[in-house]
Design a protein around this ligand. Sequence first.
Ligand SMILES: Nc1ncnc2c1ncn2[C@@H]1O[C@H](COP(=O)(O)OP(=O)(O)OP(=O)(O)O)[C@@H](O)[C@H]1O
Ligand SMILES: Nc1ncnc2c1ncn2[C@@H]1O[C@H](COP(=O)(O)OP(=O)(O)OP(=O)(O)O)[C@@H](O)[C@H]1O
Ligand SMILES: [Mg+2]
Ligand SMILES: [Mg+2]
Lengths: 165, 165, 171, 171
Amino acid sequence: TRQMFLETFEKVRDNFRQMFVEIFGGGKADLILTEGGDVLECGIDIVARPPGKQLQSISLLSGGEQTMTAVALLFSIYQVKPSPFCVLDELDAPLDESNINRFIHVLQRFLVHSQFVIITHNKRTIGMADVLYGVTMQEHGVSKIVSVKFHKTHDASNGNPLLEP
Amino acid sequence: TRQMFLETFEKVRDNFRQMFVEIFGGGKADLILTEGGDVLECGIDIVARPPGKQLQSISLLSGGEQTMTAVALLFSIYQVKPSPFCVLDELDAPLDESNINRFIHVLQRFLVHSQFVIITHNKRTIGMADVLYGVTMQEHGVSKIVSVKFHKTHDASNGNPLLEP
Amino acid sequence: MYLKNLTVLGFKSFAEKTSLNFQPGVTAIVGPNGCGKSNVSDAIRWVLGEQSAKALRGGEMADIIFNGTDSRKPLSMAEVSLTIGGIDGEHLTAAGVEIAYNEVTLTRRVFRDGSSEYFLNKTPCRLRDIQQLFMGTGVGRSSYSIMAQGNITQILSSKPEDRRVVFEEAA
Amino acid sequence: MYLKNLTVLGFKSFAEKTSLNFQPGVTAIVGPNGCGKSNVSDAIRWVLGEQSAKALRGGEMADIIFNGTDSRKPLSMAEVSLTIGGIDGEHLTAAGVEIAYNEVTLTRRVFRDGSSEYFLNKTPCRLRDIQQLFMGTGVGRSSYSIMAQGNITQILSSKPEDRRVVFEEAA
Ligand SMILES: Nc1ncnc2c1ncn2[C@@H]1O[C@H](COP(=O)(O)OP(=O)(O)OP(=O)(O)O)[C@@H](O)[C@H]1O
Ligand SMILES: Nc1ncnc2c1ncn2[C@@H]1O[C@H](COP(=O)(O)OP(=O)(O)OP(=O)(O)O)[C@@H](O)[C@H]1O
Ligand SMILES: [Mg+2]
Ligand SMILES: [Mg+2]
């Protein structure tokens, strides 16, 4: 319904404006309903401007900046309707260390309402997990799952878990 | 011309078959001219099967396997016509440590004929560079380049360069 | 609502019955390239009712059945079960599940001819019953709750009209 | 043929004149997200004659001119120079450069109206002369010698017909 969509849109939009500034430490972002026609027909445009930079098309943002902008939008939607569980596959691949730290930091807030299953190669992301599963292919082409005993370190700067297969 | 294209195709194809087996430690890959019509009209299909696994569409390969397959093809083309210089931007992002090592190992062979400019976040890749440039944005939105003094370590397993800004 | 267990057999590279237990908080899945991590994400997506083989990186649905290796024959069926706890009474009723159960196991099977079967707590059901279970919870075909590898920036590059579907899901 | 130097001014985030010297072997470029690494790759691609703004992540060619920041005004022109050594006599002649030079500097400028100017060793020339310089060397619009971020798997997903263009370049 038009009413419901507009309400949801406005909530996500507010969240996105705040979340972007928090994640980027400044700058500005917005969601804009595209022109023309019925509110139930138009699309949603994304604008984003990292701190200090000028507003340009998001295609000109770097790989890492685009990922963080998308993460901000993702979490803005989760805030409106927290999915009971989320599966994130290698979101952190294009991110440098400080962006991974910011991503992990923001993620913590959602752990109250949602379970997260995160596929990653990154040590810091691994360090914040409560449970760790290793997938192996000892036999070519056949996957097995190994549960990894894990002492979660709460000191994020020293994210080396004790791993015992 | 038809003749030239077919010759080039056959060379790249031979290289690709060998390069894939070398990079994956087995398995099989091939390049196949698509059906029908003039050799100058048809496209080129890629098939790839990592060791032990069954042949399926390459869309079912993992992110890392697809990247290594593409790297094998890239280098197969370079072998036929070594480009004097190549710019590779974050090729290693989806790769795990052992695949990065294989990538670096294969890359060495091309250094005789070509210069490589490699953009990366990965310590091992950085460790094999002859020259290192850091790009910084001390002032928001303005890039500066810093040349980083570098003692290249030849021991690939201990890829920690001495970095002095 | 929370995940308790995922069990896969014959799904993609999981030739043998494999079980994953979930805890509250963050479960990290790690391993080398090509070992099957994204296949776990595909399995979850699939058992929740994904109808597009392309979204699972295949050409047709039968592509997700274990295809054999140099030393194993292909299997004729893939089966994935997802056990979920803490589902409220309203959703259980809508899906046709007895409220007595406080946990529900959804199971999906597919055969080489591409036909799927669905079960709720071992009772055959329709895809629609599984969809009813998640109605309005934020878990759904067009939600962003399952982010496939490399897809995060698609949120930015997708058409403005496609994006609104996600907002409608969240409404 | 080998790269000796890249100099950028006003190209994307390079508001000030910046110079990069190349050695034989591997030059690694590192730095945090968004600092300008891929912009270096774009600059090389652009000065070699890239005509598609989209291939440079922009909407139109003027998008690559430094657009200003909170504390700097936009610039009205972008200029990139690439100095190359070891070019053989045949290619030099085809490009209209005197064989006396053993190194060639290609320069490209673009202005806000989108119009480009090209120079070889400070002498105005046409895009075609720059293309002549690289004819048959494997450096060209359709070669894979410049691999943009995230594009490697496009080799696998591109249409079979598109792929053959690359082979023709290598022929
Ligand atoms: N139907 C199938 N039968 C057998 N094996 C399959 C089937 N479908 C996919 N696979 C295999 O699963 C593997 C891919 O697994 P997956 O994508 O989960 O890897 P991954 O762990 O995510 O790796 P990466 O870190 O590279 O992303 C491929 O090697 C592929 O051959
Ligand atoms: N015309 C322009 N004027 C000013 N800044 C620009 C212009 N075009 C692009 N930029 C800026 O350049 C930055 C992107 O740089 P680049 O893509 O090189 O980053 P990167 O170092 O490759 O990062 P990553 O590691 O995330 O890939 C963006 O923040 C963008 O705002
Ligand atoms: Mg994967
Ligand atoms: Mg980049």
